[in-house]
Design a protein around this ligand. Structure first.
Ligand SMILES: NC(=O)c1ccc[n+]([C@@H]2O[C@H](COP(=O)([O-])OP(=O)(O)OC[C@H]3O[C@@H](n4cnc5c(N)ncnc54)[C@H](O)[C@@H]3O)[C@@H](O)[C@H]2O)c1
Length: 370
């Protein structure tokens, strides 16, 4: 099979990681990179011996045979510059992988997903946090019936920090935007909750910022405490923060899904998976005792592996021409996370009211599903 020709848009921190992942993957041929700051594109292009351009239009004109445009731009709330290049690439007939959040604007995100479906192209999003070994083990346990009926989900995800290391900043993408953490970041925890537990039907949120942010008029609501109910009937809780506290058990993020047959916990994203079996019939246990947990330490500590893992999954799905509704971490999946984010914002603005997130576009049946 011929490798898929890829061009990357936006070559700074994250774009460089994407470019390196494509360059190292036999399913891809990195052909070109572009950045409005041309020097950034030049540097990465030289490293990978590919072409550099100052914008997407030039890149598309020079490489009409690109299969995939991978969009790593940022913008306000780290998603403000995703819509325009995504729409331009889709209009040119290209499959698109876009960084998260799919957009910082819900109307734009809905339009991106609608337009990709109209053009019958793959639109994926870099919801990379569940392309890991612990997440694979968790899915395996679920598929083997070892979790059973889902009862609860507890998810904590936050940047480590605290007042002693706090420094006001964040740059123009963040400063002055109260919801920049909410929009830029909650795509990840919401994507994990939905990946394992399905659609969320009810959301209730509190948000705040710690005193050390308030004292310097940092507007960012960096603490989010969110209750959810899933379509399955299970309930869930998410806590997220941006460097406001030291995260405790489970490190930078932990995820626990409790079911009628057993419970799993993922600690520190890539690092550790534990399965806690439910007691077997006749098993005699005292109060506080439980069956022995089964622990897997992956030996992995570097979150960076999630990028090549997730990019490989997108390349596989496009190469295999999977039905559009089977694309892993699709634009529609990313839209779901943004719908939940906007529901959480609405709940916070209404003093913690219960909000039902906007419905997703129907999942189209694909003829290839037959
Ligand atoms: N998935 C993850 O784990 C993860 C982690 C961090 C950041 N991100 C996301 O990655 C994206 C990029 O993050 P970053 O920190 O590298 O951003 P950045 O702002 O540092 O870099 C973006 C680059 O895009 C360029 N650019 C902007 N608009 C352009 C356009 N229309 N055409 C060409 N180039 C353009 C800018 O000049 C800049 O070099 C953000 O959306 C962010 O949310 C994802």
């Amino acid at each position: 099979m011929k490798p898929l020709k890829v061009g990357v848009v936006g070559i700074r921190g994250i774009g460089q990681m994407h470019a390196a992942a494509h360059a190292a993957n036999p399913l891809a041929e990195l052909v070109a990179v572009c950045d409005v700051v041309k020097a950034r594109a030049d540097e990465t292009a030289a490293k990978h011996k590919v072409k550099a351009y100052a914008g997407l239009k030039d890149m598309l004109d020079a490489h009409p045979d690109l299969d995939i445009v991978d969009i790593c731009t940022g913008g306000h709330e780290n998603g403000g510059w995703h819509f325009e290049p995504t729409m331009e690439a889709l209009a040119a007939g290209k499959n698109v992988l876009v960084e998260k959040p799919i957009s910082n604007d819900i109307a734009e995100a809905r339009e991106m997903v609608r337009f990709a479906a109209e053009k019958d192209l793959y639109l994926g999003c870099n919801l990379n946090h569940y392309f890991t070994e612990p997440a694979r083990l968790a899915r395996e346990a679920m598929n083997a019936g070892k979790i059973g009926e889902q009862i609860y989900c507890l998810h904590r995800m936050g940047f480590i920090g605290g007042q002693d290391i706090y420094a006001k900043g964040g740059g123009p993408n963040f400063e002055g935007f109260p919801y920049s953490h909410t929009k830029a970041f909650l795509a990840h925890p919401f994507s994990l909750m939905r990946h394992f537990c399905g659609d969320i039907t009810h959301i209730q949120a509190f948000m705040d910022r710690p005193g050390f942010r308030r004292n310097v008029s940092d507007l960012m609501l960096s603490i989010a405490s969110i209750n959810v109910r899933f379509a399955s009937g299970a309930v869930g809780y998410m806590f997220s923060s941006r460097g406001d506290a030291t995260m405790g058990l489970g490190g930078w993020w932990s995820f626990e899904l409790g079911g009628s047959k057993g419970t799993f916990v993922i600690e520190n994203c890539v690092e550790k998976y534990t399965y806690f079996p439910a007691p077997q019939p006749g098993e005699k246990l005292g109060l506080g005792e439980q069956p022995a947990p089964q622990v897997t330490n992956t030996g992995i500590k570097d979150f960076g592996v999630t990028f090549p893992n997730r990019i490989n999954a997108f390349l596989e799905d496009v190469a295999n021409q999977v039905p559009k509704n089977k694309l892993r971490a699709s634009g529609r999946d990313a839209l779901a996370t943004l719908e939940y984010t906007f529901a959480a914002i609405e709940s916070y603005e209404e003093g913690g009211a219960l909000v039902r997130p906007h419905a997703l576009p129907p999942l189209k049946r694909d003829l290839k599903d037959q």
